[in-house]
Design a protein around this ligand. Structure first.
Ligand code: FES
Length: 223
């Protein structure tokens, strides 16, 4: 893990931003950076998840930057933090599931998926933009019937929606879990693993795990 200065190059209408940073700080899909603005009096850093990657210059974040940040702002960055998604090279039918949010945090998987000639279906109820035409979009409620089609699934869900996700998946979740499926669990992560604050604690299979450093991406079978 590294620390370095970066720059906020551009802010988009959806609340995302383009960040310029050293190449070894660019987080892989599912990982994140912790960011502080120069001179900010906010005590806690902001987690920045990548949406689109622009190596070697930087990346576009998922929505969620601070409203007070301005283009040109210097950011103090730490990361990449946590475990990201692992797209199996053999996967040819890939389901991306933006369960309760925009697909931004999954978007970085689309380009490598298409490069390995996979079909990609995005399950999402939020507005989508800037997606390749070949990506099929389906409503989240169709997951139970469609998920068994996939040979790899990547899910993005807030910790508070985990039970709803499990309820919706039911048997199809178990079917998906027999293949390869991963889930990015979003939570408040004030220390990003350096202070063991426990705010992001999650009980998985009777073990307490920290979403910030043991995740944020976990195997779907484990939840
Ligand atoms: S955010 Fe502090 S332990 Fe995870």
């Amino acid at each position: 893990m590294k620390t370095a200065k970066g720059k906020l190059a551009e802010i988009y209408l959806d609340g995302s931003a383009r960040i310029i940073c050293p190449p070894d700080l660019i987080p892989a899909p599912g990982q994140y950076l912790h960011a502080h603005a120069d001179g900010s009096d906010l005590p806690l850093p902001v987690p920045l998840f990548p949406s689109l990657l622009f190596p070697p210059d930087g990346f576009r974040t998922a929505p969620g930057i601070l409203p007070s940040w301005q283009p040109g702002e210097t950011l103090f960055l730490r990361g990449p933090i946590g475990h990201g998604f692992s797209l199996p090279p053999s996967a040819r039918k890939i389901a991306l599931v933006a369960f309760d949010s925009t697909p931004a945090r999954l978007q970085g998987l689309i380009s490598p998926a298409l490069q390995q000639k996979a079909e990609v279906v995005l399950f999402c109820d939020a507005a989508t933009a800037d997606l390749p035409e070949v990506v099929e979009i389906q409503p989240v409620k169709t997951l139970p019937s469609n998920l068994p089609w996939a040979d790899y699934a990547a899910v993005d869900v807030d910790r508070v929606s985990l039970n709803q996700l499990k309820e919706l998946l039911g048997g199809s979740g178990k079917a998906a879990a027999r293949k390869e499926a991963q889930v990015l669990i979003r939570a408040t992560m004030p220390c990003g693993g350096i202070a063991d604050c426990g705010v992001c604690a999650l009980t998985i299979r009777h073990d307490v795990r920290m979403i910030c450093k043991d995740g944020p991406v976990f195997d779907l079978t484990d939840i």
